[in-house]
Design a protein around this ligand. Structure first.
Ligand code: FAD
Ligand code: NAD
Length: 475
């Protein structure tokens, strides 16, 4: 049996980071990936294809709405061509994640499904056994399919199928108003489908700051229909159409007729086929693999990173956790994971940026805070672009240190980057005000928000009186 310093189960963002990092340090590494090619969900059915589709949809949407710029236009949408362009982006990035590229790095890549035989042994496709001193579980998640009557029989789409569609559906019902559902729902609406989102709670993006979430929802409602506080109880098909029955909070029911159903009701971890009991690894009720702050499971030589541990399901977090594992599992350090400065972005139009605590979380924690807010309607570049929808909101403690930063607006995922730097390196909000921003860029929205901090300092409290006295004296 082949023996390794480290076995990595799963070749997504998390697993690939560990495998390449560990191998470059000289560890003998095996990477087990069940799909033909590594890359995981992000590359094949997640971030990359969704962002490629969103970009195409935005371009088509803009070109359909050129009347406001003084030009009329018309055209047909070719879904096959659109998805072929999406696959071009995947193929381009696949080169970096190619199995042979990892073999060239000295890693033994096994294509097959891995499961535990014991805490140190993995069996691949029930045949080949390998031994690992340490093992990293990075097997990710898959779409959660709720037990809705008639759903399977009627057929539905998930993120695993949608990037192979050959025709644009006239109507789509999205079940679930989380990031997956809403990003793709808006993209399909922009391509020309009539889109309805059914969300069982009272709003989209529940993890976001309320003010930001409400702001973005107003914008989305201009393009997409929402039904809140509603669950789908039944689906059936008739004459080539799908009929979705929804039940509202007041128990009333309604039927929606559609051409396609897109399921975006959340994710379930790929832990059920790993035979974790053979290794004694514990899971949570949802099937996620629980870890301590060094990302170890209850078996110290087995780690769980990326979406499968259920902490923060984002590619950049999977990568960050992967780097930490290289230090802990290969170099024997005892580094602790820290999510305090973990940002994320929802790529709707306008985008949603999230960093640190929301205002509601600070209130819940009963912390004292200041809030600085600027509407994009007061930032010259957004005015010039006619893209004034949105705002920047920075929350600080009383000494000016950043506790949270949230934004919605065109390009918020990019123009807020400097706030992540400031928070991570413990700069105060006032420092952001001192950074020179080329006029008229979009990031000036951050500077304008930070300027409010100085305005508050200069015009509130006892400082204005002192300054007045000083100026009198100086004259
Ligand atoms: C539609 C969509 C859009 C998204 N957009 C973004 C975004 O814009 N930004 C962002 O940060 N995140 C985004 N995400 C989330 C992101 O895709 C995940 O956080 C990321 O893929 C997690 O990486 P991972 O390595 O943990 O898991 P995965 O990428 O799921 O990789 C797990 C790998 O393990 C393999 N595997 C599973 N079981 C086994 C087994 N038994 N043996 C061997 N191999 C196995 C799988 O085949 C897979 O390759 C999006 C997700 C979706 C669904
Ligand atoms: N831009 C990004 O970074 C990005 C994009 C997509 C996904 N993701 C990540 O993937 C994770 C999963 O996102 P997601 O949107 O797939 O799942 P999610 O769990 O975030 O959202 C699922 C939504 O579906 C609703 N829901 C569940 N069952 C329902 C039902 N039966 N009827 C109606 N509504 C129902 C839930 O209330 C929830 O709002 C997220 O946590 C996110 O971090 C990130």
């Amino acid at each position: 049996m082949e023996k390794y310093d480290l076995i990595v189960l799963g070749g997504g963002a998390a697993g690939l980071t560990v495998a390449s990092g560990a191998s470059s340090l000289g560890a003998k590494v095996a990477l087990v990936e069940k799909n033909e090619q590594p890359g995981g969900d992000c590359l094949h059915v997640g971030c990359i294809p969704s962002k490629a589709l969103i970009e195409i949809a935005n371009t088509i949407y803009s070109s359909k709405n050129t009347e406001q710029y003084g030009m009329t236009s018309s055209g047909e949408v070719n879904m096959k061509q659109i998805n072929s362009r999406v696959h071009e982006s995947i193929a381009h990035i696949q080169k970096h994640d190619d199995a042979d590229r990892f073999r060239d790095l000295g890693i033994d890549v096994y294509i097959g499904s891995g499961a535990f035989l014991s805490k140190n042994e993995i069996i691949i496709d029930g045949k080949e056994r390998i031994f690992g001193k340490r093992i990293v579980i990075a097997t990710g998640t898959r779409p959660l399919i709720p037990p809705i009557e008639g759903l399977k029989e009627s057929g539905f789409l998930t993120n695993e199928m949608v990037f192979d569609l050959e025709e644009l559906p006239n109507r789509i019902v999205f079940i679930g108003g989380g990031p997956t559902g809403v990003e793709l729902a808006q993209a399909f609406s922009r391509l020309g489908s009539k889109v309805t989102i059914i969300e069982r709670s009272s709003s989209i993006f529940k993890q976001e700051d309320k003010e930001i979430r409400e702001n973005v929802q107003i914008e989305l409602e201009k393009e997409v229909s929402f039904v809140f506080n509603a669950s789908v109880t039944n689906v059936h098909s008739s004459h080539g159409e799908k009929i979705v029955t929804i039940q509202k909070k007041d128990k009333s029911t309604e039927e929606l007729t559609t051409d396609e159903i897109f399921l975006a009701t959340g994710r379930t971890p790929n832990s059920d086929k790993l035979d974790l009991d053979n290794a004694g690894v514990k899971q949570t009720d949802s099937g996620h693999i629980s870890v301590n702050n060094k990302l170890q499971t209850n078996i110290p030589s087995i780690y769980a990173i990326g979406d499968v541990n259920g902490t923060l399901p984002f590619t950049h977090i999977a990568g960050m956790e992967g780097k930490l594992i290289v230090q802990n599992a290969v170099l024997g350090l005892r580094r602790k994971v820290d999510y305090t400065n973990a940002p994320w972005v929802i790529y709707t139009n306008p985008e949603v940026f999230h960093l640190g605590n929301t205002e509601e979380e600070l209130q819940e924690k009963k912390l004292k805070y200041d809030v600085f807010k600027v509407s994009l309607a007061n930032v010259d570049r957004f005015v010039a672009d006619h893209k004034t929808e949105g705002l920047v909101k920075i929350l600080t403690n009383k000494r000016g240190y950043i506790l949270g930063a949230h934004a919605t607006g065109k390009g918020a995922g990019d123009f807020m980057q400097e706030v992540i730097f400031a928070k991570q390196y413990k700069k105060k909000i006032g420092d952001l005000s001192q950074v020179i921003h080329p006029y008229p860029n979009h990031a000036a929205a951050v500077q304008s928000t930070a300027d409010l901090y100085w305005r508050k300092k200069l015009f509130e409290g006892s400082l204005p009186k002192v300054i007045k006295k000083y100026i009198k004296w100086f004259r």
